[in-house]
Design a protein around this ligand. Structure first.
Ligand SMILES: Cc1ncc(C[n+]2csc(CCOP(=O)(O)OP(=O)(O)O)c2C)c(N)n1
Ligand SMILES: [Mg+2]
Length: 584
């Protein structure tokens, strides 16, 4: 066995796993290994804040399907990553966080930058390795990289900093690849039977379809059945939007056509989706989930089967081969729904056309608060919906878009359509503001030839805009769209609906984001006319692709607000004490 140092074993194992990029901020704790990243073919990308590094690793892995890697100094550098790793966990991203720790001889004495780094990631990792002996460096490193992929989620490699040093004799392990099957024979047969008897089958295409590379198989199955395909919440890239059977996303600010059609289903094939609780809440006053339908759920993780929604058949399998297997079975059977294929196709078209028309006419919100906000704004402020529609029309081919958490970003859900998977990186169930921008930077590193665009509200932008300096310093050109409505809108909406318009802490008296962008060395453009939205986006993308320039596009928006995020979780206030009686 070759002799090497643990640092060499660590770096060699990463190289063997194809690691070429690591996001983070340097620190003495891992400097011995960092010193040899370059000769190992690994680029270390220094960021502004380690939360950004974790989001970048997330975006990197979501677009490439490979492990994204982040690291930082023990203690504060690593605790700064917690939010980013939690977000990656809920995005099912194979992110590996390398967390160097206080040295073994100092741990427990309260020295410098000391903390126990395993508990803080426990809930958001699929696997945590703690290096307990330097001789096992390659083994643990390899396992973290393997498990991030096989379990589709973050893993942590915790390394006491003194264990990078020494001499070890070790073989570098080969990466392993777990091949998943279609699922159990009996559940597949039951599912095929249900589908063959269905009158109105509907397919929900989820994140598992993207991760498994199953879009073509989903398409073939949908075409065979003539079944409408709806995207699960925030997985708008799980089916090509130009396809006649595509109906758009379910859930908050999603497609009414999708929701109306699924409400009529007698059999639903939920392909590669955990059917997360937030993603199927009633919307637009419509409780669309088909309570009486038979639900077939396919998920690679057996723990997700039937967890949220009652199901008739659960298939623990890979979305791609499961869809393939179902199609092969159905090809041998006669389909009840064949008799109505044309009628159903016409129904799909009718609902889609109706929704497009409604979106075209829905140029602004119409509730009292929004109407007052529009009147107050006057010239120079755009309706968010109109701006979003213009952006949609100007989207370049092959685009990658990330979105943040906020009111306008949520409304964007209706206007974001994709032709290919691994194109849409929304902040998923962890729902943290500040997600979109660093995530698109990571995506751009993994796919430099694709146009990269992030959306964020002005509040979320404030949390994340520092990473503009990373784009400029590290030559990672992207385009950031900032919807400046001068408020933490999504939360203010709750004060409108539930707290008698008692606005506390919701206003944002912003400086010019375009100006700040320019001060950071990027281009900054203010858009205050609707007719400029499309052309500004196009030139920003052109600058990104042809001049390697990052542009911040600041769109001035009225303070109108769309439907609230958490209508499900809020109720009108009750006060018992006299001094608070007016606060209802
Ligand atoms: C890290 C974090 N802090 C706070 C929140 C709560 N929150 C959700 S949406 C929102 C407002 C977002 O405002 P902005 O980014 O300006 O977008 P807008 O709603 O105005 O479109 C806040 C504060 C959150 N989701 N994440
Ligand atoms: Mg805002």
């Amino acid at each position: 066995m070759p002799r090497m140092t643990p640092s060499e074993a660590f770096v060699e194992t990463m190289a063997k796993h194809g690691v070429t990029d690591i996001f983070g901020i340097m620190g003495s704790a891992f400097m011995d290994a960092m010193d040899i990243f370059e000769p190992a073919g690994i680029r270390f990308i220094p960021v502004v804040h380690e939360q950004g590094a974790a989001h970048m690793a997330d975006g990197y892995s979501r677009v490439s399907g490979r492990q994204g890697v982040c690291t930082g100094q023990n203690g504060p550098g690593i605790s700064n990553c917690v939010t980013g790793i939690a977000a990656a966990f809920w995005a099912h991203s194979p992110v590996v966080i390398i967390s160097p720790e206080t040295g073994t001889m100092g741990m427990g004495l309260g020295g410098f930058q000391e903390c126990n780094q395993l508990p803080m990631f426990q809930e958001f990792t699929k696997y945590q390795a703690h290096l307990n002996n330097p001789s096992r460096m390659a083994e643990f490193t390899g396992r973290c990289f393997d498990r991030a992929l096989s379990e589709m989620g973050p893993t942590q490699l915790n390394i006491p900093r003194d264990l990078f040093y020494g001499d070890i004799d070790v073989e570098i392990p080969q990466p392993t690849h777990v091949e998943r099957g279609p699922g159990g024979e009996r559940s597949l047969a039951e599912a095929a039977d249900l589908l063959s008897k269905a009158d109105f089958p509907v397919i929900v295409s989820g994140g598992g379809v993207v991760n498994a590379g199953a879009v073509d198989e989903c398409k073939a199955l949908a075409e065979w059945l003539g079944a409408p395909v709806v995207n699960s919440y925030l997985h708008n890239d799980s089916f090509p939007a130009s396809h006649a059977l595509w109906c758009g996303p379910l859930g908050y600010q999603g497609s009414k056509a999708a929701m109306k059609l699924i409400s009529r289903a007698d059999v639903v094939l939920a392909l590669g989706t955990r059917l997360g609780p937030f993603g199927t809440l009633p919307q637009y006053g419509m409780d669309y989930w088909p309570q009486k339908a038979k639900i077939i759920q396919v998920d690679a993780d057996h723990r997700m089967l039937g967890l949220v929604k009652e199901i008739s058949v659960g298939i623990c399998g890979d979305a791609r081969v499961a869809a393939q297997s179902l199609l092969h079975r159905l090809e041998e059977m006669s389909l009840a729904c064949d008799a109505t294929k044309e009628r159903r196709m016409a129904e799909i078209k009718r609902e889609k056309d109706g929704w497009e028309k409604e979106l075209d006419e829905w140029i602004h919100e119409r509730d009292d608060f929004s109407l007052e906000a529009i009147a107050r704004a006057g010239e120079g402020f755009l309706h968010p919906r109109q701006a979003l529609r213009e952006l949609e029309k100007a989207m370049p081919e092959n685009v990658m878009v990330s979105t943040d958490i906020g009111n306008i970003n949520s409304v964007a859900n209706s206007y974001l359509r994709f032709e290919k998977p691994r194109s849409f990186f929304a902040a998923m169930s962890f729902g943290n503001c500040g997600y979109a921008f660093p995530t698109i930077i990571g995506a751009k590193v993994a796919a430099p030839d694709r146009p990269a665009i992030s959306y964020a509200g002005d509040g979320a932008w404030g949390m994340s805009m520092g990473e503009t300096m990373t784009c400029v310093r590290e030559d990672i050109p992207v385009t950031a769209v900032v919807f400046n409505n001068g408020q933490w809108g999504a939360e203010k909406k709750n004060q409108v609906d539930f707290y008698g318009r008692r606005f506390v802490a919701g206003e944002l008296d912003n400086q010019s984001f375009a100006g700040i962008a320019r001060a950071m060395g990027a281009q900054g453009v203010i858009v205050d006319k609707l007719e400029d939205v499309g052309s500004v986006l196009e030139s920003a993308v052109d600058a990104q692709m042809n001049d390697r320039k990052t542009t911040i596009v600041e769109i001035m928006c009225t303070q109108e607000l769309g439907d609230p995020f958490r209508r499900d979780a809020l109720s009108k206030p009750v006060r018992h004490l006299d001094k608070y009686k007016a606060y209802v």
